[in-house]
Design a protein around this ligand. Structure first.
Ligand code: AMP
Length: 277
């Protein structure tokens, strides 16, 4: 497993492997890895000849007051987990390497990123589009693996790749959950035992919406009301919605592919989850 902290050696390695005829996959992460991240690595290895993970807690996607400074950084454990998966290379840049003195160019967020997370966290997606674009310049991978756990982020990245003619193919990967349904997240480790129980209400609210939909309820207002009633123990609800799965535009009835999305604070931890209906 090769590790790179500098840009040029990372890019040279990727280009050299591709010039030998090998395909390269990239799995961008912020570290504090869990089975969700590892499922992306496994998918990457199954599709591409070589797989690179990036570990970078990207400061530009955190607003002041969010959890940037307390975000977990168990680097040795992360590297051990990636080695265990047989990953070929890891890119571990510092903030200074990614955002040197004088940095000032950002990627504008496409319309699909304006609502929901974009509304709750106004600077977030601009940081995501910018850092993902930078990764694609540094590691011009054939394929990039993103989790549906961050559903709107996946759509934003897909739109960016389409709009900017980026050659990397985006591969969506299923959400990995704990045995009781909680979507795996690096932020779950912030939860106390009591909060962990309340956090389960997110996946439960999505299951309720899915069950109602399966039983023939198509009115979005009814589905959203049922979701909200599952989420009353959360400290703060940012949104619980059913929207068009492609555009993330509001809908009144489920007559197209729809997705239920929820974002809520449990204690001081902000959690998100979603489910295709
Ligand atoms: P993060 O480290 O939170 O930035 O996530 C890195 C990548 O892992 C993103 O593409 C996430 O969508 C994906 N990911 C995070 N949690 C999960 C999960 N529970 N299942 C599948 N993918 C996930």
């Amino acid at each position: 497993m090769k590790t790179f902290t500098e840009i040029s050696p990372m890019r040279d390695w990727c280009r050299a492997r591709q010039s030998e005829g090998q395909t390269v996959g990239i799995v961008p992460t912020m570290g504090a890895l869990h089975e969700g991240h590892l499922s992306l690595v496994r998918r990457g290895k199954s599709i591409c000849d070589l797989c690179v993970a990036t570990i970078f807690v990207n400061p530009t996607q955190f607003a002041p007051g969010e959890d940037l400074s307390r975000y977990p950084r168990p680097l040795d454990r992360d590297l051990e987990m990636l080695r265990g998966e047989g990953i070929d290379a890891v890119f571990l840049p510092t903030d200074e390497i990614m955002y040197p003195e004088g940095f000032g160019t950002y990627v504008t967020v496409p319309p699909v990123g304006m609502s929901l997370e974009g509304a709750s966290r106004p600077e977030h997606f601009r940081g995501v589009t910018t850092v993902v674009n930078k990764f694609f310049q540094i590691i011009p991978a054939d394929s990039a693996f993103f989790g549906q756990k961050d559903y709107q982020q996946l759509r934003v990245v897909e739109h960016m790749v389409r709009d900017l003619n980026i050659a990397t193919e985006i591969v969506p990967c299923d959400i990995v959950r704990e045995h009781d349904g909680l979507a795996m997240s690096s932020r779950n480790r912030y939860l106390s035992d009591d909060e962990r129980k309340i956090a389960l209400s997110l996946s439960r609210s999505l299951a309720t919406a899915a069950e109602m939909c399966d039983s023939g309820e198509t009115r979005v207002a009814m589905l959203e009301q049922a979701m909200r009633s599952e989420l009353t123990a959360c400290t703060k609800l940012d949104y619980a919605v059913v929207v068009d799965a492609d555009t993330l535009e509001p809908i009144e009835v489920v007559d197209c592919r729809a997705v239920a999305l929820v974002a809520a604070h449990v204690g001081t931890t902000r959690l998100i989850d979603n489910r295709i209906l």
